[in-house]
Design a protein around this ligand. Sequence first.
Ligand code: GUN
Ligand code: ZN
Length: 433
Amino acid sequence: MTSSLHAVRGELLHFTADPEDAGAAAFVHHHDGLLVIEDGHVRESGPATALLPKLPADARITDYRGKLILPGFVDTHVHYAQTDIIASYGEQLLAWLEKYTFPTEARFADPSHAGEVADFFCDELLRNGTTTALAFATVHPASVDALFDAASRRRMRMIAGKVLMDRNCPDYLSDTADSGYVESKALIDRWHGRERLLYAVTPRFAPTSTREQMTLAGRLFAEHPGLYLQSHVAENRGEVAWVAELYPEARSYLDVYERYGQLGARSVYAHCIWLDDADRQRMAATGSAMSFCPTSNLFLGSGLFDLDRAHALGVRVGIGTDVGGGTSFSMLQTLNEAYKVLQLNGQRLSAERAFYLATLGGARSLYLDGHIGNFATGKEADFVVIDPQATPLMARRMHNATTLSERLFVLMMLGDDRCVAATHVLGEIRTIP
Ligand code: GUN
Ligand code: ZN
């Protein structure tokens, strides 16, 4: 009988805790490591010299020596339907939505357009080493079908949902409280828990939903076990002021979501910039997560995320690209800008912590750390193979970097999709090496 084992050999790095809490005990690093995969899951990982002799003689071994193997990146906030307006000039959030976002999302009324963009989007995630994403579709149910179908054909982990939006938006993009509820329910029945796909109830943000729709979104979230909820909160100062006018009864923007039953485990809020500590405490107490979207926050001039306060108060945090408000699909570029946002806030982001946030931290924020996020035995074998010397400048700078920490820092500051030599999903290669 031939062996079903597959092993990859190279420099291995993965995290078991937040380096901010556990220091050097937070990660496992093998210069010459082996990741042994069986049926798409991690069977074992460790030093190659210890594990190679235990492999059956006919086990398939892929040699990635000279490359760095990390768990697949987790993008905790992204809009697949905004792929075609990435890098659109000149506006902040509310004007940007009107001028660029709504018109491009309208095109997803056409399922063939949705299918074409979904394929490109999933390939682009993989080209950048991202194997799990929490994504917004559009208001059109078929846009969700298109994304789940594209992810399923690539066997990716994808969490997504139909946008709920029944006011303060163009008529051509509006659902109603009832239609949004019924259509979401049908999508949940069709997709939630199928293969590696999970559904997220997706009220766009408080200003574009009536109270009735907010009530039904909270009901959906409560009605189905294991469901996600994704939205935006406290991104932009004009947006925050608008929410205060629309919901004068609420203590804060975040409190609007809490009043409608939209906080809790597996609820994920993008941005979380203009919050106070009472809001952060509510997020921590309810198990809600923040998605830190630095390229978007800089590009749209939104503000500076406070990672130290989130951490001090015990809130789960992941990283989001927020394409197309964000300017890159690359998690490396996103970490680069996370570092700079935190610099402007007087905070530091070590390279170890940055890579933790992009892998296990993201998985924890999505309550998926039992399945993905590191190379513990039994986890799904999603990983990215990184060439730390992908460009002449990186090769040159890497010669001048000695410690692992320095090398990771150079990688996150100078790296991008050019560094992704291969991405594997459930053990199998999904990009051309
Ligand atoms: N708030 C409501 N909708 C959006 C969106 O599409 N992108 C961003 N960045 N913020 C939002
Ligand atoms: Zn967003």
